[in-house]
Design a protein around this ligand. Structure first.
Ligand code: PLP
Length: 391
């Protein structure tokens, strides 16, 4: 394959790393034991808390999102206690499996994978748990495998209506710094994020935000733990905050990414994601008129602003479309994962993206639909342009 041009990464993670961030990371090793470096890290953590909308604690790990999952579980839930997990897709299921592997009882609540979860069903299960064995509800805000956004406020309301004390723990890995989120105001006790999605960094940093109820539960949690333990991460030195050598280059990159977000303004960042998502959805809606492809998420209001999952009629193979876009035209789209392997195409639209990139990616997708003979109403790109011109 001959590579020319820049190529486009339209994955729901990892996302594009801006040149500014790459340059900020390109430096020699530093002595992390200085007051200056401690200040740099503290400033980053404070800014992250602001984006999360919390006055709670921020714990930072040299880890993937999967690390954030484990950090939340081992600090909050003891062996032989239980969690409640709405089975929204591949990520919710993966988190539930991890809980099971840690000896935690898992109550999965089936959900329609094409719609936001039904809080009434959760409420029923919570009401039935009279002994309060359920310590936490684990929710994926944006379930990246389906492109469906699930509202943490609806889960909070179900917990309150049921009078159940379980913690609300939210995986915001695919929404953080891309869709608006207010941890404290929404009654979220613990929130998770990772570096390689809305934060525009390489994979490798995971963040866990803990409110007062979560901190209190962690203090009482009987589970043996060490690397992930919040109590061991209380020091003022960056070495203590990381429980080991801080990944210094990642912190320089994080500082730069946070500066970029601050310069744009978080409201403008969220508005940009919403606007680019509208353009993507306008194109998909147009193509879908011919009946061979459709929005996986059936409720327009619940379609995430960070990823759009597209389903296909029988006989159309999304993997062929994906391969042709990537190998023929240098545009990488996401595929189906978990139960949707081979059945979905996922268009990522989060992080460092602008109109030109999104229109380019949609143009290539329309070209590939044509080349592969997938029935579609032409004019998807035109519809996207109209959506962008409308505001
Ligand atoms: C990407 C993602 C993860 C996993 O993150 P890793 O860094 O790959 O471990 C978990 N949850 C959601 C919702 C995600 O989008």
């Amino acid at each position: 394959m001959i590579r020319r041009g820049r190529g486009l990464l339209q994955l729901p993670g990892p996302t594009n790393i801006p040149e500014r961030v790459l340059r900020a990371m390109h430096r020699p090793a530093v002595d992390f034991g200085t007051a200056e470096f401690a200040r740099l890290l503290d400033g980053c953590l404070a800014d992250l808390a602001t984006i999360a909308g919390t006055r709670g604690r921020v714990f930072v790990y040299a880890a993937l999102g999967h690390g954030a999952w484990e950090a939340a579980l081992v600090n909050l839930v003891g062996p032989n206690e239980a969690v409640l997990v709405p089975d929204t897709g591949r990520f919710a299921r993966g988190w539930a499996e991890m809980a099971g592997a840690l000896g935690i009882g898992v109550r999965e609540v089936p959900t329609d994978p094409r719609r936001p979860l039904d809080p009434a069903r959760l409420e029923e299960v919570l009401r039935a748990d009279r002994g309060h064995a359920i310590r936490a509800v684990l929710l994926c805000h944006v379930e990246t495998s389906t492109g469906v956004r699930h509202d943490p406020r609806a889960v909070r309301a179900a917990l309150d209506r049921a009078g159940h004390p379980a913690l609300l723990v939210v995986d915001a890995i695919a929404s953080f710094a891309a869709e608006s989120l207010a941890m404290d105001a929404w009654g979220i006790d613990c929130l998770l994020a990772a570096s390689q999605k809305g934060l525009m960094l390489p994979p490798g940093l995971a963040f866990v935000f803990a409110g007062p109820r979560a901190l209190e539960a962690a203090g009482r949690c009987p589970r043996p733990r060490k690397y992930w333990d919040w109590r061991g991460r209380d020091g003022v030195e960056s070495y203590e905050k990381f429980y080991g050598t801080p990944p210094t280059q990642m912190i320089f990159g994080l500082r730069e990414a946070l500066d970029m977000l601050r310069e744009e303004g978080m409201d403008a960042v969220f508005a940009r994601h919403a606007r680019l998502a509208r353009a993507v959805r306008a194109a998909v809606a147009r193509w879908a008129e011919a009946g061979a492809l459709f929005f996986h998420c059936l409720e327009p209001e619940a379609r995430a602003d960070t990823v759009t999952a597209v389903g296909f009629a029988d006989g159309v193979e999304p993997e062929r479309i994906r391969t042709r876009a990537r190998e023929g035209f240098g545009v990488a789209f996401g595929g189906g994962i978990g139960p949707f392997r081979g059945r979905l195409l996922r268009i990522g639209h989060m992080g460092d993206l602008d109109e030109a990139m999104v229109l380019g990616a949609l143009g290539v997708l329309e070209l590939v639909l044509r080349l592969e003979g997938v029935p579609h109403a032409p004019g998807g790109v035109e519809a996207a342009i109209a959506a962008l011109a409308a505001r």
